[in-house]
Ligand binder design. Structure first.
Ligand code: X8Z
Ligand code: ZN
Length: 608
């Protein structure tokens, strides 16, 4: 075991373990078959080394993404490659315990060591460095990205907000097109990154990186792909109705020349840079006579909210469920607004710097409804991270990554009119009557239902790329084939050779797997439904708020505390009583709207 200890010390220090060290031992004596006890000890050391390396990487990363410079890119890539090399080495070393009958928890940790790495490199000298240089360069290029608004060079985060409020199709088109100029230079880097990471996945025993990503769900990777398709099959009828109605309304507003009524919708008119959430065009599609009468952006602005106040409001929600307040360090160390004097990665994120309680967010917050939602989303990550902080290091993760994305969203589903009254954003007499329910549901559906096909297709595209089914020659074409097939949208202008539109979406250059958001959009409704049942709620689900319900909070916390220590069906069962991810809760939530949409769509030609 001493030898292993030396290997870990070397690895944690970022040094490569000399190949001779293993061979000398091998010459000395034939390696004895390992025992379970050895495996246990090895894992304890492995987890300690992993945690050290992870914390170091987090700290360096935090600096890099808060201050993008040549030097912090260099540091970030170095820390990440040391981390990658350690993870890969540990995963490979663990192979020697393969023949042993291991206790389930240990066997699970060995699997997690392998599957938990997003970007594996082969053990070839220099591969981890090259891979992480590329990954850092891609993320920083995205972070520094700018486009044009009415001829003025404008940061990505501002364009994102403007895509929600601007209605002039020419200005929308200019933003849409110019933002995508950030991506073509990324294409060769992304291609090379795919090559290296695929080789890394191969060394760990996977067919390709897509299969490795799909292996992170306590089930066979093919079964996971089938599960996502099954879930999509459940909710697709809702999406089809929504698409049909939205296209008709956009046709009324922009005219049928711009929005042909028998084809896909031009992607720049849906209130979002990627047409992924459509809540910002609520005013264009609102059901007649069902207006809730308030707009969350206006309420926040009128009440003088700023980014910190938005975070405080989110914290107060969690406190009402019995969660301890955020640590002082959260308030001191988080980034809440875009700094004027330096480049940062603005895409919102939540951080777990020391894997205990140095939790932070990094967000270029705008005072609007989208970011109020995102604030709750990010805080959900932070509260989850803190809830599982006493688990052993490899279990300090979400039950699956969809759970991690669903926690804060589930809380935000409780931002009902009654809740807004309780926190003083709405007055009693502004609470919309039941006759406005369709408006409330429409506004939610535009974000939540509209998101589903996008949530699914981003990784469908990447899975095709990793498997080689999609080659660099067809990166963009295949992206748009999926966008059209699943979302029923079309690029507003012809795409050119060399365009690389996937690169203009954060998670591609940042290498963040995306199926997690699709799962989260299913799961958050399962959580919400279960929570409302626990609370004894008998009204419509979209009027249910669990604000102030400490009993529900305690049960939610019991699931969160498990982290990744148990297979996700156990965690799901602990809170919802079911072991399946299932679309029936989201369907139940939106049922009255589905009925309305079906009625509205009668006589319309739906589909694209
Ligand atoms: O990336 C995010 C979060 C950070 S994990 C802000 N989301 C996805 C996106 O923006 O594309 C949340 C919804 C989907
Ligand atoms: Zn998230």
């Amino acid at each position: 075991m001493k030898r292993l200890g030396a290997a870990f010390a070397a690895a944690a220090a970022g040094l490569t373990l000399g190949a001779c060290e293993v061979s000398i031992d091998a010459e000395d004596e034939a390696p004895a078959a390992p025992t379970v006890a050895e495996a246990e000890t090895w894992m304890t050391e492995a987890e300690a080394a992993y945690l050290d390396a992870a914390i170091y990487k987090e700290r360096v990363d935090w600096v890099n993404r808060n201050f993008i410079t040549v030097d912090t890119d260099w540091l970030g890539a170095k820390a990440a490659s040391e981390y990658t090399a350690l993870r890969v080495r540990l995963a490979n070393e663990a192979k020697r315990f393969a023949g042993l009958e291991l206790p389930p928890e240990l066997a699970r940790k060995i699997t997690l060591l392998k599957t938990g790495l997003t970007l594996p490199a082969p053990e070839t000298a220099g591969a981890a460095e090259e891979l992480n240089n590329l990954a850092t360069a891609l993320q920083s290029a995205y972070g520094k990205g700018k486009g044009l608004y009415k001829g003025t060079v404008t940061p990505g985060v501002d364009l994102e907000a403007l895509m929600g409020t601007e209605r002039d199709p020419d200005a929308l088109l200019e933003m849409w097109t110019s933002w995508r100029q950030v991506a073509p230079p990324m294409k060769p880097q992304f291609e090379r990154l795919v090559e290296i990471a695929n080789a890394g996945a191969g060394e760990l025993g996977y067919a390709d990186l897509g299969q490795m990503w799909r292996s992170n769900y306590d089930m066979d990777p093919d079964e996971f792909a089938a599960l996502t398709d099954k879930l999509w099959g459940q909710v697709k009828p809702l999406y089809d109705e929504l698409h049909c109605h939205v296209r008709a309304k956009l046709g009324d507003y922009y005219g049928a020349r711009l929005v042909p009524q028998d084809g896909p919708i031009p992607a720049h008119l849906l209130g979002n840079m990627w047409a992924q959430q459509w809540g910002n065009i609520y005013d264009l599609v609102a059901p007649e006579e069902a207006d809730p009468g308030y707009d969350v952006t206006e309420l926040l602005v009128a009440a003088g909210y700023d980014a910190r106040k938005m975070a405080k409001t989110g914290e107060e929600f969690f406190s009402s469920l019995g969660f301890a307040p955020l640590p002082e360090t959260f308030w001191e160390r988080s980034l809440f607004t875009k700094p004027a004097d330096r480049e940062v990665v603005c895409h919102a994120s939540a951080w777990d710097i020391d894997y205990v309680d140095d939790i932070r967010i990094k967000m270029c917050t705008k005072v609007n409804a989208d970011d109020f939602q995102t604030m709750h989303h990010e805080l959900g990550h932070n509260y989850y991270q803190r809830a599982y902080n006493t688990q052993s290091p490899l279990h300090r993760e979400g039950a699956n990554d969809g759970f991690h994305e669903a926690i804060g969203d589930m809380i935000a589903l409780s931002i009902t009119p009654d809740y807004l009254v309780k926190i003083g954003l709405l007055s009693e007499d502004q609470v919309p009557p039941a006759s406005a329910d369709l408006g409330l549901l429409m506004s939610q559906a535009l974000d939540k239902i509209a998101f589903l096909p996008f949530g699914l297709l981003v990784d469908k595209w990447r899975w095709q790329v990793f498997s080689g089914e999609t080659t660099p020659e067809t990166y963009n074409q295949d992206w748009w084939n999926l966008r059209t097939h699943y979302q029923g949208i079309t690029p507003p202008v012809a795409r050119m050779e060399g365009d690389f539109d996937p690169g203009a979406k954060f998670h591609i250059p940042a290498n963040v797997p995306y199926a997690r958001y699709f799962l989260a959009h299913i799961l958050q409704f399962q959580f919400h439904q279960a929570a409302c049942e626990m609370a004894g709620w008998e009204g419509p689900l979209h009027r249910c708020s669990i604000y102030g319900n400490a009993e529900v909070g305690a049960r939610f916390n019991a699931m969160m505390e498990l982290g990744m220590s148990e297979p996700w069906p156990d965690a799901l069962e602990a809170f919802t009583g079911t072991r399946e991810m299932d679309g029936s809760a989201i369907i139940a939530y939106f049922q009255p709207l589905i009925d309305y949409l079906q009625e509205q769509n009668q006589g319309r030609q739906c589909g694209w």
